[in-house]
Each structure stands twice: as structure tokens, then as C-alpha cells.
Design a protein around this ligand. Sequence first.
Ligand SMILES: *Cc1c(COP(=O)(O)O)cnc(C)c1O
Length: 360
Amino acid sequence: MTWPPLREELRGVEPYGAPQLDVPVQLNTNENPYGPSDACADDIAAAVRAAATSLNRYPDREHTELRAALAAYLGHGVTPEQVWAANGSNEVMLQLLQAFGGPGRTALSFAPTYSMYPEYARDTVTEWVVGHRESDFALDLDHAHDLVLERQPSVVLLPSPNNPTGTALPPEAVGLLCKAAGDGGIVVIDEAYGEFRREGVPSALELMPEHRNLVVTRTMSKAFAAAGLRLGYLAADPAICDAIRVVRLPYHLSSVTQATALAALKHAPELLGKVDELRAERDATVDWLRAQGLRVADSDANFVLFGTFADRHAVWQGLLDRGVLIRETGPDGWLRVSIGTADEMMAFKNALTEVMGDES
Ligand SMILES: *Cc1c(COP(=O)(O)O)cnc(C)c1O
């Protein structure tokens, strides 16, 4: 007998997570490089101070005020009854798998895709199926449609923009998958990077009125500059929110989290104020990498996937040796860099130029 008496499929598995290294330029987890202002931090502190006087009581388990504020932020006619929040959109998606996945059920995505999805499937004993994407990382609509009809997944999980490639889905892809999944499945469009979309690329929120099985998830971790807060949420049919109520832990969202998120939402224009600058920096980074002769995936997110390198680990390490931490992820030979400040991107470009010089 091996000890501890772990589930068979968890034995020897490494925990998920990017290395958290203390280096000068951190471009590896797609955070917003600009933190909250002092005025915003003061308002958060005051809101938490007020919440602290009733910490003897459990929080509002329905997080009513927060759901209303998130619905107002989303717009598109989304109502508070269509919103559900949890500790990061990772928790929201795990709750979806707990409610809609499980033994005898299937979850489906298309690779390369977010590496946490197979973990939700594993942890909820849901069968995990992955289709493929085109060589430019766009979804092959015929293949996607056929695979949904063939495997009849209870949950389809698709990031748009996709992590790690940055690729956004066209609206016709979302509509097609929702129709193919039908009443037997939900289609989760993970818009963690939604706020970074390029001009003219629509949100799946626009399609909500047409498809009751469509779920759109969002987070305050990326554009919203609040990764430390741990607040993610979804918009979906109220019946889907009711299903999550059955599986969520009691009082899953603390009073401190609710107060912080509400105070942060009041500063939305400020917290999102650097998004345009980051998008411009992203586009400039794509152009610069292409000018170096590299392959670069089109990006609607705050990161760029580029390559390909015969030994990507050596490139990653070479950058790290120069104080620049990026992410070794995606298909073989590719690397992913998050968009930081102009100074940080300059440091990245200088370091990569040196490393590529050493290579050749
Ligand atoms: C970063 C990210 C999230 C957000 O996770 P949180 O738990 O909300 O911090 C969700 N989906 C994808 C694809 C991501 O890259």
C-alpha cells in the first residue's frame, strides 16, 4: 500500500502553477502590471473596515449587492439573477463541472487550451475530451461541430480569447457550438481576457438571449488589476445559477471579498484605465516579434504566444538569467509573454535579442 491513500489518478501528479520567482520583470501570469491607486486602496480599506465590525456573522451567501454591481458592469441587459460569483473564475468553472459534469459525463475543449480545464474534469471524475485547433490556432468549425455531436459533452469549455494562444472566437463559432450542444450540454465561454479584445471583436454576452445553454465567465484577475482579490463570475440563465447553488460550499464568498470587490468595482474606470495602453503595447510586441523573424499568434489578450524554438527551455532560462520571467507553455517550441509596462517590455525585448544572438 502506498501512503497517503490518495486517489489512484492523483498519485505522483505535480500541483498546477507557474513558478513564483522574485525577479525584476514578471511577465508570466498575465496580470495587469498597474496596481490600484492610493485613492482606490483607501476606499477598499474603508470598505473592509466597515465589513470587519460584523465578521462575527456569516456573509450574505447570495452576495446580492455584488451580483447587482457585476450585472451593471457587464451591461448587455444582464440581470443580477443571471450572475454568480466565486473565488476566482477557476472556482466558478469548478462549480460548473461539479453541477454539470461527473461520472458518466464528458467535458470537451480544443487544444491548445487552458491547462486547468482537464484538472476540473479530473477532480469531478468527468471524462475529458480534447479536439484540435487549426495551425493558426483558430477553431476548425466543422471539426468542433462534429465532435460535439459525436461526444455529446455536458460541458464545453472554451476560452475566448484563448489561453495560451490569444485567439478570440468568432460569434458564429459560439452559436454553432451552443446549437450542437443543445439541451444536453452547456457551453462555457471563458472571457478571462475579454476586456483586451481588439476593436470589432464581440463578446459572447451578445449571444446570451439566443442560447439558454451559453455561460460566459469573467474575472477581476486580469484587465481589472485585482488578481490578489480572487473574484470571478459568470453570466448565464438563472436556472444555471440555481444549479450552482446546490453544489457551492456554504458562504463561499467571504464578507471581506465581497466588500473589496464592491469597492474595486466603484473604481472600474481607473482599474481598467490602462487596458488601451496594454492593448497598444500588445500590438507593438506582436509586430516587434514578427520583425525578428519569429512566428507569432494573433492576440486579443494581454499576452503573446511566439516561437518556435528548437529548445524553448533554453530561451526561457536565458531570459530568466537576465531578470525576465515569462511562461514556458503552449505547444512544443512556443513561449508566452504577458504584456507589462513599456519599461518591462523593453527589458524583455533587450533580453530576447541577447538570447537569440547567443543561440545563433
Ligand atoms: C487567468 C485565467 C482565468 C482567471 O482565473 P481566476 O481564477 O479568475 O484568477 C480563467 N481562465 C483563463 C483561461 C485564464 O487564463
